[in-house]
Design a protein around this ligand. Structure first.
Ligand SMILES: Nc1ncnc2c1ncn2[C@@H]1O[C@H](COP(=O)(O)O)[C@@H](OP(=O)(O)O)[C@H]1O
Ligand SMILES: [Mg+2]
Length: 355
């Protein structure tokens, strides 16, 4: 491993770009045109498997000994020959997209070098690492925000490198996110990249125009919350109570996937708050690893509601769920206080009338 992680960064961007091309193509072919047949299964299923096959194939070519914690395994896929055929076609198309993208580093796949079904199924299954406290491994969420993907909203291809429980590199590809937040109808599709100790960048999906990303100072009157669209994933009414404590009047921005971390990093919204709704649900490391390093490198802090850093060394999950609070470093403490106050009210420890 180079200390600068420059090869890891290039490979991760290369892999995420190809997976984004693939998921966009799945969306256009299967969701937008409503050509989905029963045999195609859910486009999310097709896209998830194929994107994981693409990213894992590239990672394994570049770093054969690195384990991967991926969201999918190929057990169900292997029982479904029609779905398998679809996934293999899509994955090979994306892996051979170098001609379209005009580049061909050694970890890419050249024209005519198609991967076999067996190779691609085995690549998917190479995402079977369980995580843990020691050593180096990647986390992959091939389509984060599956609900957003289906509605044509935000979703993200999310890849991170973790070394001894610390997130060292995060790459988040957001095919539907406007490149310029002040031009929501302009060019869409961007990739966010952060390397621990080296800052964060945003670039277009083609890899062009890399620009540094720093969370700007946001006047308290202009702060707003970023939160999940899905009420089952994040307690919306808790966020409302915290907003009231902080006298935030702007309506929250609801968005699927880790695109929320990306928006926070570049200053569209001031606070990402995700408090649990369902007892026992444990957050997955692949849903937060790249977002966490992105926010930290852009000048923010990510903790749980106790104010402790998220623990990426416990396996596939973050352990007992105390929620996630992400905000610019200088306002994080204020938000954390408000969250703890709202929790105390919820638990009946503070008489609301006295506030
Ligand atoms: N009850 C729950 N609480 C919190 N997160 C949940 C959840 N059920 C599913 N999720 C996770 O929420 C992710 C989406 O987050 P968001 O709401 O921010 O878009 C899902 O990722 P996938 O879409 O990759 O499955 C899934 O891992
Ligand atoms: Mg996810």
């Amino acid at each position: 491993m180079s200390t600068s992680l420059s090869i890891e960064k290039q490979v991760a961007i290369f892999a995420v770009r190809r997976a984004c091309l693939l998921t966009s193509s799945v969306f256009n072919k299967l969701v937008k045109n409503e050509t989905l047949t029963k045999e195609d299964k859910s486009p999310v299923t097709v896209g998830d498997y194929a994107a994981q096959a693409v990213v894992n194939t590239i990672l394994k070519r570049a770093f054969p000994h690195d384990p991967i914690v991926g969201e999918e395994d190929a057990d169900d896929l292997k029982r479904d020959p029609i779905l398998t055929k679809r996934v293999v076609e899509l994955a090979n198309e994306a892996l051979q997209s170098d001609l379209v993208l005009g580049e061909m580093p050694e970890w890419g796949i050249g024209p005519g070098q198609e991967k076999s079904t067996e190779d691609l199924l085995s690549a998917i299954d190479q995402g079977n690492h369980l995580g843990g406290h020691n050593g180096r491994f990647w986390t992959l969420d091939p389509i984060d925000g599956t609900k957003g993907f289906l509605r044509g909203g935000q979703y993200a291809v999310c890849l991170a490198l973790i070394v001894d429980a610390n997130v060292k590199l995060g790459v988040i590809g957001c095919p539907n996110l406007p490149c310029n937040p002040s031009d929501p109808d302009g060019e869409k599709g961007c990739i966010f990249v952060a390397v621990h100790g080296q800052g964060a960048q945003q670039m277009s999906l083609s890899g062009a125009n890399p620009t540094p990303v720093v969370i700007p100072e946001i006047p308290s009157g202009s702060l707003n919350f970023l939160e999940s669209v899905e009420a089952a994933h994040s307690d919306h009414s808790f966020n409302e109570r915290v907003s009231n404590i902080l006298s935030i009047s702007r309506t929250p921005t609801r968005m699927d996937s880790q695109a929320k971390y990306c928006c926070l990093a570049r200053g569209d919204g001031g606070v990402y708050l995700r408090m649990p709704t369902k007892a026992g649900y444990k957050e997955k490391i692949w849903d937060h690893a790249p977002g966490t390093v992105l926010i930290e490198e852009a000048g923010g802090t990510v903790t749980d509601s106790r104010g402790l850093p998220l623990n990426f060394g416990l396996g596939k999950t973050l352990g007992e769920n105390y929620g996630v609070i992400a905000a610019r470093r200088d306002i994080h403490g204020k938000v954390l206080d408000a969250v703890q106050q709202a929790k105390a009210i919820e638990e009946g420890e503070i008489d609301q009338a006295k506030i």
